[in-house]
Design a protein around this ligand. Sequence first.
Ligand code: FAD
Ligand code: DLZ
Ligand code: SF4
Length: 517
Amino acid sequence: MSEHKSTRPTGRLILLLGDHLTLTISSLHDADKDRDVILMAEVDEEASYVPHHKKKIAFLFSAMRHHAHLLKQEGWTVRYVQLDDADNLGCLQDQIGQELVKSGLTEVVVTEPGEYRLKHGLMKWSEAENVSLVMRDDTRFVCTHVEFQSWAKGRKQLRMEFFYREMRRKTGLLMNGDAPEGGKWNYDAENRKPAKGDLFMPRPRQTPRDTTTEDVLALVTNRFSTNFGSLEPFWLAVTRGDALLALEHFVQTALPQFGDYQDAMLSDEPFLYHSVLAQYLNAGLLEPLEICRRVERAYYDGDAPLNAVEGYIRQIIGWREYVRGIYWLKMPGYADSNYFDANRPLPAFYWTAQTDMACMAAAITQTHDHAYAHHIQRLMVTGNFAMLAGINPREVHEWYLAVYADAYEWVEAPNVIGMSQFADGGLLASKPYAASGNYINKMSDHCQRCRYDVRQKTGANACPFNPLYWDFLIRNEGKLRGNPRLGHAYRTWDRMSSEKQHAYRSSAAAALEELFD
Ligand code: FAD
Ligand code: DLZ
Ligand code: SF4
């Protein structure tokens, strides 16, 4: 029961967004089931601000409908607007306005949206319409905005590793008093193994679908027929209960090898030992600390090794919290960063997978089929290629925001603009994640199936990543030569004969012409 109930004369309209799907969301903290009304709406504006993958839209709409059902069962008054309802006005602001008129309520409560675009859109709207809007902190994160700002203040470099140690201390995860479990904070050095195709490879839990999901799949088929991606197979969890089962399934089948094969890629294994939980976590079906505590327990119960458990926990309380901190520290403007002035348009094959580069075709096909690709595919294949080829980072950013079921700008933009494109000039990464074909060959089975030859450095059959790697370093020499972590690469370049250098540059030009035809 609300502590404000007796002092509040009327109820309030509580807006729950598509990624606010938890009963513990802060907008409900002091809400009153007798007087408050919850509004949830499937709207065109949110479904189209980038051309989202069909599966992402279906996942979110089905999860929203299931959550509305749960809220009603819990005794809340819920006004749920479906995309095809006659009174659907197409955008959240208009939908709130309509509901305020209908209900006679005058105050709106919302948990801070995860994207700057929507947060400021709602704030501007409430000012223009003179509507009282209360925006609550999103308490689903370990680190608050204020804590991140004070950690970042005065630091020349914002490195994740030091932030992560603070989060370990704050949460007590894998801590022995003040010391990290096992004596080291980070076990990444043990986590770089290539994977072998294996009959017994784990698969993410396949959630059976119900009639609500079937309805949503029909709606998406009908309304978003030209969007990227395939709806089938659709096995994502759309309720908290099923997301918890997916977590349990991951812990039991894949976590023990998560660390060892975290960076590996196989053409026929999109998921390997990854958890495939980010879409549930980001939408609110799971909470970061409950995942981390479950994974930590697997270590103490002797069910998973420390390199896997530490590596996994680092992704969530380290990277995930850190990128969110960077996003809110640097927005607006961050998503338009373009340190290298890269202006090549995104090639069509990012949408069609029609390319002879086997690694790119595999990552894009998996993305098309599952609205998923794992971290190394995003970073070292599609991201690496885009940076080496000089594709405009804004276009790259919009592609990533559209195609993954877990993509929201607060987490996607720092990963794309900062980590994968180095478009923020090194705020997030100490050096660009640039690599030639050798890295992809070492970590995957793609090159064995490719029409290009990864061992050839130049010429028409050379793996395009090879000349593009050097071309990128030399094109951007003025901005990168001073980077101490690239000293070795520039010294190698300097030792090459001018003929070899010329061959790299002209092969890169030919590859770009062929690939961007
Ligand atoms: P696992 O490999 O099992 O990792 C466990 C969890 O750790 C993930 O579920 C996720 O919550 C978290 N995590 C891991 N790495 C990161 C990271 N770098 N940043 C934030 N959280 C992380 N993640 C998103 O959630 N949404 C995005 O839109 C997104 N875009 C990305 C774009 C690029 C270019 C790159 C390089 C990474 C991106 N990531 C994004 C991070 C990461 O790739 C995904 O979180 C991960 O692939 C999701 O799959 P999983 O659940 O199987 O993760
Ligand atoms: C991603 C998304 C989509 C596709 N559709 C909706 C929607 O119809 N209604 C809604 O409330 N939220 C949707 N979302 C999630 C929002 O875009 C998300 O809340 C913001 O981007 C902030 O993270
Ligand atoms: Fe990718 Fe080059 Fe290997 Fe082909 S040869 S799969 S383009 S890294």
